[in-house]
Ligand binder design. Structure first.
Ligand code: MSP
Length: 509
């Protein structure tokens, strides 16, 4: 366990800063939704949360995209950044701060950091020659290339480039990094990613070229204005510049270190090797966890503009609802593994899980309360055996859903909630409440049990599908957003009036 500095008050979660070379797609949405689920969950547990996202705006990739669009880099990024913000608003992403690497505050802080590392003796001037992949912003060695001259990542042709460059002494931190990873078992997750990083470090770390003369679009080095900082060195620093590294040490100490840096698997190496080495050099505490999730393909293929199969999160959520999209992404594949997106799979989840299972449970329960008790949730005098069983099962599964969520096992957490939903539906089918019309006390107990079950469900679902959860609560006539209330029973106050009935999810034909 890592000891927090006493000043730390916030749970700090980050997404990568997305390149603004194009509109956001499903991959960007995935990481950001996952971060939002965690942030909402932590808030429900009573923690103060600092949830950071933003945009990575420097470097050759963005510069090239701007050129193609006939705009200056700044004009180009200013035009695209609102697309990201619009998407986050649509998807119900409640971030606390949005950082852009072109923010003057960030640029200033980056220079402060650079000087610190320079003063530590970890920067030197050298010459860099390497095979550079422009789209990936990465240099490769000859042996890493595929078919002799292609990028091992995006498979496009690389260019042999030589330029004077400042280097960061990454190699100096090899042993310290290995030691840190060894000592802090939860530093890199999941396990497969950790092993990849360890193997990579053990092959021997080379110093990192961190400046470029080949582009002007970046932060100028204070000691040599012909150079701009390598985009990754600049971008990684956002995680400390946003909480106030150079401007507000009190705020900074209340937020840093990050509890979790969330990202796709392809950039774990930057976050679990280069980033901690930079922090070690500057004498700053390391983040607590780096988590690399899997990648989405689309109907079995890598997503790409040229294949024309890029999934637009705006279009999809407008067509099927934001919550259906959020639910699908986190339910369909275990967090950490790769997943395959298809509209067919999404529709199946909507029809069976959301419309049939959840929607029907709510609908039947509210309809019966309105029909037999004039819309007031009846009290239960004493639960019979079947009702007690449903109550105990619900509370047990709520605990399970909680531990899975704590461990970032989103899909399993949702599965536990659906186990509750299924058993409640089964309960209705077996008890057949409509046959108890004349036995008001028995019927009251049945419907109270169902309403309490739905209350627990609505709490467990809030981090994932907040709008739906609120709809369930407003139909039940309650408001409950404390996670701990999912473990309490009963909680619905006597004489609670149900709200207007509304279909949660329409079936898709
Ligand atoms: N700018 C860098 C990150 C700098 S962080 C200091 C970058 N940007 S990116 O726009 O390419 O975003 C990459 C991230 O987007 C991935 O790490 C992942 O979070 C998300 N995804 C992009 N495509 C994805 C999939 N196909 N599937 C899942 N997530 C993916 O890298």
């Amino acid at each position: 366990m890592i000891e927090f500095s006493k000043e730390k008050k916030f749970y700090y979660i980050t997404t990568p800063l997305y390149y603004v070379n194009d509109k956001p797609h499903i991959g960007h949405a995935y990481t950001t939704i996952a971060a939002d689920v965690i942030a909402r969950y932590k808030r429900m547990k009573g923690l103060k949360v600092f949830f950071l996202t933003g945009t990575d705006e420097h470097g050759q990739k963005v510069e090239g995209a701007a050129r193609n669009a006939g705009k200056s880099p700044k004009e180009f990024v200013d035009f695209l950044v609102p697309e990201f913000k619009k998407l986050w608003e649509l998807l119900n992403i409640k971030y606390d701060y949005f950082i852009r690497t072109t923010d003057p505050e960030h640029e200033k802080a980056v220079i402060k950091f650079f000087n610190k590392v320079n003063d530590a003796g970890d920067i030197y001037l050298g010459e860099y020659q390497g095979y550079y992949c422009v789209p990936c912003e990465t240099y490769y060695t000859k042996t890493q290339l595929i078919e002799g001259d292609k990028c091992p990542d995006c498979k496009r042709q690389v260019q042999l480039m030589t330029e004077p460059s400042y280097f960061f002494k990454l190699s100096k931190y090899q042993e310290k990094l290995l030691e840190h990873i060894e000592k802090n078992k939860e530093f890199i997750e999941p396990e497969t990613r950790k092993n990849e990083v360890i193997n990579f470090i053990k092959q021997g770390l080379q110093d990192l070229s961190i400046s470029r003369t080949s582009t002007k679009w970046g932060i100028q080095l204070p000691k040599d204005k012909r150079h701009v900082l390598y985009v990754w060195f600049d971008a990684l620093l956002n995680y400390i510049t946003a909480p106030g590294y150079s401007s507000d040490s009190k705020k900074f100490n209340s937020i840093w270190p990050a509890d979790i840096h969330l990202m796709g698997k392809e950039i774990v190496r930057f976050h679990a090797v280069i980033w901690p080495a930079m922090l070690l050099s500057a004498g700053i505490e390391l983040p607590i966890k780096v988590f690399g999730h899997g990648w989405w393909t689309v109907e079995g293929q890598k997503m790409s503009k040229s294949l024309g199969n890029v999934v637009d999160p705006i279009e999809t959520s407008k067509k099927y609802s934001v919550d259906a999209f959020r639910y699908f992404l986190l339910r369909e594949v275990p967090f950490g593994s790769d997943g395959d997106y298809s509209e067919k799979a999404l529709v199946q989840r909507i029809n069976s899980d959301l419309a049939d299972d959840l929607g029907n449970l709510l609908n039947r329960t509210i309809a019966m309360i309105q029909k037999y008790f004039e819309g007031t949730i009846p009290e239960a005098k004493k639960l019979n055996e079947k009702e007690l069983q449903l109550k105990e099962f619900t509370l047990k599964k709520a605990r399970e859903a909680d531990s899975f969520l704590e461990a970032l096992e989103f899909s399993k957490s949702l599965y536990s909630v659906w186990e509750i939903i299924s058993s409640a539906n089964k309960f209705i089918n077996e008890v057949q409440p409509w046959t108890l019309k004349e036995k008001k006390e028995e019927l009251a107990s049945v419907l109270n049990t169902l309403a309490e079950t739905l209350r627990v469900i609505s709490i467990l679902l809030f981090p994932f599908i907040p709008e739906t959860s609120e709809k369930i609560q407003s139909q039940l006539g309650i408001k409950s957003l404390k996670f701990s209330e999912a473990f309490e029973w009963p909680l619905i106050p006597p004489k609670t009036k149900t709200g207007r009935m509304e279909i949660l999810f329409k079936k898709v034909q």
